[in-house]
Write a protein that binds this ligand. Structure first.
Ligand code: 5GP
Length: 120
């Protein structure tokens, strides 16, 4: 399983627009783009443009409070834009046991179908 190396990730290239992505929302702090391997009709990733040590949620410190709030707020904006505000899920996979594969903090916004709970 992938582990946190603190090294660069594919998301750096997406932020730099060195590799293409289907961007659905962007402001000065966050970027939202469609997941390349969608698990539902709507599956969007929201990331901080500046990783600032947030390789994964468990590395969060008090100084990250503002960006963490901005990411969560952006999930609501994205859900509205995608027409799924009535029902959607926000997921953060943290670490190997949660199948995190990219070590740049990201929120998954998933919806557009009936989701199951528990997710497994
Ligand atoms: P994790 O498993 O780390 O929570 O989620 C990483 C997500 O990034 C996966 O759902 C995967 O499909 C997505 N992903 C990985 N590489 C790329 C890429 O190059 N472009 C896009 N749009 N998504 C990617």
């Amino acid at each position: 399983a992938a582990v946190d190396t603190g090294g660069p990730t594919i998301f750096d290239k997406i932020i730099a627009k060195e590799i293409p992505s289907d961007i659905v929302y962007e402001d000065d702090k966050v970027l939202a783009f469609r997941d390349i391997n969608p698990q539902a009709p709507v599956h969007i990733l929201i990331i901080p443009k500046l990783r600032d040590g947030l390789t994964q949620l468990s590395k969060a410190e008090a100084r990250h409070g503002e960006i963490l709030g901005q990411l969560l707020y952006a999930s609501k904006i994205v859900a509205e834009k995608e027409g799924i505000a009535e029902g959607f899920r926000v997921v953060i996979n943290n670490g190997p046991d949660a199948c995190q594969s990219v070590y740049h903090l990201h929120l998954h916004v998933i919806g557009g179908r009936q989701l199951k709970w528990p997710p497994g």
